[in-house]
Write a protein that binds this ligand. Structure first.
Ligand code: PLP
Length: 450
């Protein structure tokens, strides 16, 4: 037995892996990763895998990035952790100020947790508690889009509409209401994606009109519904949704856990709805809550947060403890994670990342168009910034697993969602790496369809 085989056997015996039917590993071996280097993961046999999905959408600037490593190492020798109730520290203050500035100080209050699902739950709880503090305790229900994904804890499942994650736990979940998705693929032959967005917004309006008195918030994944299979839609929907939420007095929560941190081309996806935050005319149309996680720490450490407005914050500011937001997590505002996030934000500014990503996104789009534009099995080739995807027509059973396994043999890490192949590389890939990724995807597609 090699040491790699030994590690796999020990892992299967002792580690219950996430999002996995463990029995599948009787035929599909685990991949033992020993090292990371920029966009590459290196396994126990020295095989190099190009990380085409940013290690579950978290890694922004490559593995073992020297600048983020240095920032964490310096913090490690200064302060590793301190509780945030009653205490504070420079990394959490500096990060909160930086994020506030990135929203033009419209969302100037940051509340921290460690994972995305907790950020979702924090936003949901804050919304309901805010209405309650304002004398409207009946506003306790949530709206989300069909196919939405906002995390998998019992509270977050209330607004997650992915059957395989939700069905077994239905008796535990107080489900919200789903409204139609503005998925651009659903446009009829004589409709544009904007028309479709307006049609979906009309359905949202009908729901709000009927039930706004009991609805606390609408939660959306702006521009791209990730776990639904990289469903992309027009920003017009979000513009209309914002106006409707204002009209019917319902909070709007932007879950930017996946689409934030530059993924869609702007730092916040919402900038494509309401304009750059630092522009003088960008005054209105922002969400009441923005959730961030995944990329915010560069993909290094668990960190999530909810940004909210003065208006929401003030509804809690009182002499009474019961009007306060008493939510907490042990590692709230962990200094190491905040320092990783600050180093990540530094890279955005020092390297002009959003600008450079426009070129990267063009390389990716051009390479995919050349390879898959006329492919007989490919449907709905689509892209929003550094996310690209296509659907595979008539995919055989087990397509996603076969594609993934074939990709590993070809040196690419790609992990389809059902019949949708998607690309979400870290922001350090060059043209050569993109070519490797797209070549690998083409060969993996042939292998999976054979
Ligand atoms: C990943 C994700 C979450 C959940 O984050 P976890 O850290 O996995 O709990 C929530 N919303 C969206 C849009 C996500 O992509």
């Amino acid at each position: 037995m090699t040491s790699a085989d030994d590690l796999l056997a020990r892992s299967l015996a002792a580690v219950w892996h996430p999002c996995t039917q463990m029995k599948q590993h009787e035929i599909l071996p685990l991949v033992p990763i020993v090292r990371g280097e920029g966009p590459w993961l290196i396994d126990a046999e020295g095989r190099r895998l190009l990380d085409g999905i940013s290690s579950w959408w978290v890694n922004l600037f490559g593995h073992c990035n020297p600048r983020i490593n240095a920032a964490i190492k310096a913090q490690l020798d200064t302060l590793e952790h301190a509780m945030l109730a009653g205490f504070t520290h420079e990394p959490v203050v500096a990060l909160s100020e930086r994020l506030s500035a990135l929203t033009g100080h419209r969302l100037g209050h940051a509340f921290y947790a460690s994972d995305g699902a907790s950020a979702t739950e924090i936003a949901l709880k804050m919304s309901v508690h805010c209405w309650r503090n304002r004398g409207e305790p009946g506003k306790t229900r949530f709206l989300s889009l069909a196919g939405s994904y906002h995390g998998e804890t019992v509270g977050a499942l209330a607004v997650t509409d992915v059957a395989i994650f939700r069905d077994a736990y239905a008796p535990l979940v107080r489900s919200g209401t789903t409204v139609p998705t503005p998925d651009a693929r659903l446009a009829s032959a004589d409709e544009t994606p904007v028309d479709l967005a307006r049609r979906a917004a009309a359905a949202l309006e009908a729901e709000l009109e009927a039930r706004h008195h009991e609805i606390a918030a609408l939660i959306v994944e702006p521009l791209v519904q990730g776990a639904a299979g990289m469903v992309m839609y027009d920003a017009e929907y979000l513009r209309l949704a914002r106006a409707l939420c204002d009209r019917y007095r319902v909070h709007l929560i932007a879950d930017e856990i996946a689409v934030g941190c530059g993924r869609t081309g702007s730092f916040f996806a919402w900038e494509q709805v309401a304009g750059r935050a630092d522009q003088p005319d960008a005054g209105t149309g922002w969400p009441d809550f923005v959730c961030l996680s995944k990329g915010i720490s560069g993909g290094y450490l668990p960190l999530s947060l909810v940004l909210t407005t003065d208006d929401v914050y003030r509804a809690f500011y009182d002499d009474s403890a019961s009007r306060a937001f008493l939510h907490s997590h042990s590692y709230t505002g962990n200094p190491l994670a905040c320092r990783a996030a600050l180093a990540t934000l530094d890279i955005f500014t020092e390297d002009g990342v959003l600008e450079a990503n426009r070129t990267r996104a063009r390389w990716l789009g051009d390479a995919l168009q050349a390879r898959f534009g006329d492919h007989p099995a490919v449907r709905h080739l689509r892209q929003t910034g550094m996310i690209a995807a296509f659907d595979v027509a008539d995919a055989p059973a087990g397509f996603a697993r076969r594609f993934f396994a074939a990709g590993l043999d070809l040196g690419v890490l790609l992990r389809p969602i059902g019949d949708t192949v998607y690309f979400m590389p870290p922001y350090v890939v060059g043209e050569t790496e993109i070519a490797h990724l797209v070549d690998g995807a083409a060969a993996a597609l042939d292998a999976a369809l054979a």
